[in-house]
Design a protein around this ligand. Structure first.
Ligand code: NAD
Length: 513
């Protein structure tokens, strides 16, 4: 990997052999235990990060709660100015940060750069938003009264992130939370901890240049036990957690128990419906990128194709043909389409899912398997597989975070395909390929897709930051990024002001003394 400029990238990002894993901004704290970060690209040790201790977590929380009291008093557009500067720093460091994402997580370099671009985009969005955290006025039923609604800063936002978007998820949350006047504590995935150190180094520089206090941007590191410190902490009014449904079930319940708010972004089981009028020129790249991009490790990866029986053979053959062109290999090499899975546990889950699909009656069209030989020494590279399956198979009902695509047929009207698409526990992303206006509108209607994201003539993956991002059912119901997702980072206050000389009560109630 040295030939791809990784050493230089690590240096530019301030990554050392052993990195303190806890920080309140420009102050760093070191525990004794470490997490080693190995690259799935070549199996080499990239660096270590120390695990946050209980004592250091307390220092972080003291710093963050104190910082919030100052930060919320800074006018929102001035907070936007900090985020603007942060976006500019990301522009300068897009190349090294994108490379680190690619090397530590294993996604293609293009997607690594794309992830940093998303961070830049959300910063721009947040800067504009910093002048638009608008409330509203509401007509009062009483004379001489006015009602209004205001949005106030919420407090410390706890961010728990997954390995597959090791930098963008943090930025979607922080860029908005900061303009809203909140401060953030981030626990990154233990599978990509160096990304958190790199991001913290970048924002710490910006905060220092602006003479801002410690505690506005904090990181902690470690596994779920470190995450639990935050979920149980009543000083954190909002936990934004991205990861598996298994994690969300635990985190959501714990946060609810203490009446905290949670924003859950959990697993998907995304399908594309391919109708008789679908254009193959759009279907093939949409489905193939969706299924094999990021080696099937996007929450929005395409897992199921629901194809009308009248075009089934044609679509199947086109997709199978396209898979023959896929080049698996080092994701830093821009001629490759598919990089490795995150680790060997993920490889085991992938192999297990293929076996289960076969045992349930699945017909394998493209065999999977682990890629071996020179360049694949990490043992994390797998072949994208295609299996003909039924929607009710247990394995099809579950999200396997790997490049396995299930093909299934529908007959009759589009409603039958929509039923299949909705017939899973998850509800993140969905798509229909059609040139029939009525089919497209049915899919988008109240009786159409039940997902948070529903697309027409594009695939399931690759959302833009301008829209609200998230999904229903076991995907957790949270929304982040664009639209009015900012509201979850603030608290709403309803005000009624009486400027008359009387005290009329609401609902006409009389209370004469
Ligand atoms: P994961 O659930 O194993 O871990 C995610 C994070 O949660 C990690 O930081 C982990 O340490 C933490 N965690 C786990 N258990 C916890 C607990 N009990 N308390 C507190 N923290 C805990 O997920 P992963 O393997 O890193 O990521 C893959 C999953 O994430 C997939 O299911 C994918 O669909 C999902 N994902 C969803 C979105 C979305 O926006 N909907 C985006 C990216 C990834």
């Amino acid at each position: 990997a040295t030939s791809f400029g990784i050493e230089e990238a690590l240096q530019k990002l301030g990554i050392k052999e052993v990195n303190p894993g806890t920080s309140t901004g420009n102050k760093w704290f070191s525990g004794e235990d470490t997490i080693a970060s190995y690259s799935p690209v070549d199996g080499k040790l990239i660096g270590k990060v120390t695990v946050t201790t209980k004592e250091d977590y307390e220092k972080v929380m003291e710093s963050a709660t104190a910082a919030f009291k100052t930060f919320r008093t800074i006018p929102a557009p001035q907070r936007g100015e900090i985020v603007r500067q942060f976006g500019n720093k990301l522009r300068e460091l897009k190349e090294p940060l994108g490379k680190l994402v690619s090397y530590e997580m294993g996604k293609s370099l293009q997607e690594g750069y794309g992830e940093v671009q998303e961070m830049i985009d959300i910063c721009d969005f947040a800067v504009g938003l910093s002048r638009q955290l608008n409330g509203q006025t509401i007509p009062s039923e009483r004379p001489g009264h006015v009602m209004r609604e205001q949005w106030h800063s919420l407090g410390v936002v706890g961010i728990i992130s997954a390995f597959n978007f090791p930098v963008a998820v943090w930025a979607w949350n922080t860029a908005l939370a900061w303009v809203c006047g909140d401060v953030c504590v981030w626990k990154a995935s233990e599978k990509a901890p160096l990304c958190s150190v790199a991001c913290q180094n970048i924002i710490a520089g910006v905060l220092k240049e602006n003479n801002l206090p410690e505690g506005i941007s904090c990181i902690i590191n470690g596994d779920y036990k470190i995450g639990e410190m935050m979920t149980n902490d009543t000083r954190i009014p909002l936990i934004s957690a991205t990861g598996s449904t298994r994690m969300g079930r635990i985190v959501g319940a714990k946060v609810a128990e203490r009446f905290g708010k949670s924003l859950l972004e959990l697993g998907g089981n995304n399908a594309i419906i391919i109708t008789p009028t679908a254009d193959l020129k759009v279907v093939v790249p949409g489905a193939v990128f969706g299924a094999v991009g990021t080696a099937g490790q996007r929450c929005t990866s395409t897992r199921r194709l629901i194809i009308h029986e009248s075009v089934y053979n044609k679509v199947r053959d086109a997709i199978v043909g396209a898979y023959a062109q896929i080049k698996i290999g080092n994701p830093l090499d821009e001629t490759k389409h598919v990089g490795p899975l995150i680790d060997k546990d993920a490889v085991a889950m992938y192999l297990n899912a293929i076996e289960k699909a076969k045992a349930e009656g699945g017909n394998v069209l493209i065999e999977g398997g682990v890629v071996k030989g020179e360049g694949f020494e990490s043992g994390c590279y797998v072949k994208p597989a295609i299996i003909e399956a039924k929607n009710h198979y247990e394995i099809v009902q579950h999200e396997t975070f790997a490049p396995i695509l299930y093909l299934m047929k529908y007959s009759g009207e589009v409603e039958n395909a929509i039923d299949m698409q909705n017939g899973v526990a998850q509800g993140l992303s969905s798509a229909i390929m059609t040139n029939e206006m009525k089919e497209a509108e049915k899919f988008l209607s109240y009786s159409g897709s039940d997902c948070g994201i529903a697309n027409v003539n594009i695939g399931t993956s690759g959302a833009e930051i301008g829209g609200a991002f998230g999904g229903e059912k076991e995907t957790g119901g949270g929304r982040e990024s664009g639209s009015d997702a900012w509201k979850v980072y603030m608290r709403r206050q309803t005000n009624t002001v009486n400027y008359s000389d009387e005290l009329p009560l609401a609902q006409g109630i009389k209370f004469d003394l």
